[in-house]
Design a protein around this ligand. Structure first.
Ligand SMILES: [Zn+2]
Length: 191
């Protein structure tokens, strides 16, 4: 069998090493949040890219329990919507933040290439199914246009509380300067 980049045996061996040398049993959540998870848990959720250069706790200088972070390719809102609704049910959220960043890996592909790859790799997809996947792709341009579209999609989400959708904010992070700026729906799009 060909060598794979992820060897289960190897990783389980490393895990055993971690468990015996570094692991400490997790304290119960109720204990972490002073007996009241809903009241004392983080009230902010940040949806951002999985890029290790753009970790919200680092670039926004957050304290460890200040915010939940949901990451996916590019920080798109669509795959995070159900998580936000679920988090809100368990932890009582007060604020949603979407953060996209410049020079994202998602800007290094094209929708046409993605469609071509899907056709080649998954020939049994109907054209309707294929276009549905393409439409929800994380691939985007290196500008804040899709960030605004994501903010708009969140505003229109029917299964998240209005206080959260109306109060949501969008941030664009410049990975060269490290500076983030707020993006408003009405403003002109830029990098
Ligand atoms: Zn990214």
């Amino acid at each position: 069998m060909a060598q794979t980049p992820f060897s289960v045996e190897d990783v389980l061996e490393r895990n055993r090493n971690y468990a015996t040398t570094a692991h400490k049993a997790f304290p119960p959540l109720a204990a972490i949040f002073g007996g009241d998870i809903k009241a004392n848990s983080p009230k902010v959720v940040i949806v951002s890219c999985m890029d290790p250069r753009a970790v919200p706790h680092d670039v926004l200088a957050l304290k460890p329990m200040e915010a939940f972070c949901l990451t996916n390719m590019s920080g798109r809102i669509k795959p995070a919507l159900n998580d936000i609704a679920s988090l809100d049910s368990v932890f009582n959220l007060e604020q949603v933040v979407i953060m996209h960043h410049s020079n994202c890996g998602s800007t290094h592909g094209t929708i046409d290439q993605f469609r071509h790859d899907l056709k080649a790799n998954c020939p049994e997809l109907s054209s309707l199914e294929l276009e549905d996947v393409v439409q929800h792709s994380a691939i985007r341009r290196d500008e804040d246009r899709e960030l605004k579209a994501d903010l708009q999609l969140l505003r229109e989400c029917k299964f998240i509380r209005k206080e959260l959708t109306e109060g949501a904010v969008a941030l664009w992070l410049d990975v060269n300067t490290g500076l983030a700026r707020e993006v408003n729906l009405a403003a002109e799009s830029k990098v």
